[in-house]
Design a protein around this ligand. Structure first.
Ligand code: BT5
Length: 318
């Protein structure tokens, strides 16, 4: 285990009481100067460590950044989050995760960023990613055909919505396919990308963005959990909850259980509404009457016929 983690564990164990440099040096088998260097590194990572002359070091507060050691502390999942890669700032966590997956990274690997400089939405739209948001990408390697990816993507939206709601207390709805919504304001989104062959998915990257403590200004109404809840959200705890809920739903999905769809439908803001679906080459208007086993939105058109749509942007009319 890395020295910084051992130091944090020792300081946590002591509560708010100081631990001397000598004691830490003895426990870790390193010099006091080396201890001091690790303390400085921890402070730079955002840990609030007080240096008390002649008495040692006292932990006044953990880092609020979703660092690997903080996300993993108390994580109850079996697979997701066993490996966490954290960047203070990165282009897009989905791009990093994809590279790692190509190099063989295991299912359950998680890439997290404090902010993104080139966050992406679907169809190469940009995803505003300032500090204070949740930006994470999960590597999954399900043995499923590519057509099942739409369902996985709905599942990810459901997991993010459930986790954000239970963690912040803010009720979160889903706008098909997977916008996280507070009433008509967007508070998060999912970008699921896959690589594979015609028959089988090699891996998929499930990217989740949640406006936890950040306010963004884009071309549609948005909000943040902080604004809605009236208090800042613990980003690390929220990420842990997303991993936990996702893992549960994902294990059911691998066993072939489709009950998450019922859960999804209950949260859907789209069902029952008159909607317009915008696809790159056409528009379809109708009443959203169902979401089927493949994750398609079923529309009843004006002439009474039905049409299934698997992708597109959805506009709620009434
Ligand atoms: C999405 O796309 O909603 C998927 C967003 C996924 C972001 C995550 S963050 C971690 C991972 N790494 C990435 O690079 N991406 C994933 P879409 O449905 O296409 O919606 C994009 C639209 O949402 C934009 O055109 C804006 O209208 C709006 N938007 C942009 N940034 C936003 C934000 N921070 N909060 C709410 N809405 C936003």
């Amino acid at each position: 285990m890395e020295y910084e983690s051992l130091i944090i564990d020792a300081l946590l164990e002591a509560g708010a009481k100081p631990v001397s440099g000598e004691e830490l040096a003895g426990r870790l088998g390193i010099s006091r100067t080396a201890v001091w260097k690790h303390i400085r590194a921890l402070q730079r990572e955002g840990y609030h460590i007080e240096v008390l002359r002649g008495r040692g070091y006292a932990l006044k507060g953990l880092s609020s950044r979703p660092l690997e050691r903080e996300v993993r502390r108390g994580l109850s999942t079996r697979r997701f989050g066993k490996r966490v890669i954290y960047y203070e700032r990165v282009g897009s966590t989905n791009d990093v995760a994809r590279e790692l997956a190509r190099q063989g990274a295991e299912e359950g690997t998680v890439v997290i960023a404090g902010e993104q400089t080139r966050g992406r939405g679907r169809l190469d739209r940009s995803w505003e990613s300032p500090e204070g948001g949740v930006f994470l990408s999960l590597i999954v390697r399900p043995h499923i055909p590519p057509a099942a990816i739409s369902r996985l993507s709905l599942l990810a939206g459901l997991a993010a919505a459930k986790a954000a709601e239970s963690f912040s207390g803010v009720p979160i709805g889903l706008k098909w396919p997977n916008d996280l919504m507070v009433d008509d304001r967007k508070v998060g989104g999912v970008l699921c990308e896959m690589e594979g062959e015609a028959e089988r998915v090699d891996f998929a990257i499930v990217g989740i963005g949640i406006d936890a403590n950040c306010d963004v200004s884009v071309d549609i109404p948005t909000t943040s959990l902080k604004k809605e809840a009236g208090a800042a959200v613990d980003i690390t705890g929220l990420i842990r909850e997303v991993l936990r809920v996702f893992e549960n739903l994902y294990e059911g999905f691998l066993r072939g259980a489709a009950d998450f769809l019922e859960d999804y439908k209950e949260r859907s803001q789209t069902l029952g509404k008159d909607v317009k679906i915008l696809q790159p080459k056409r528009e379809i208007a109708g009443k959203a009457v169902d979401i089927d086993g493949e994750g398609a939105l079923v529309l009843r058109l004006r002439d009474g016929s039905y049409e299934r749509v698997l992708s597109g942007d959805c506009i709620h009319l009434r």
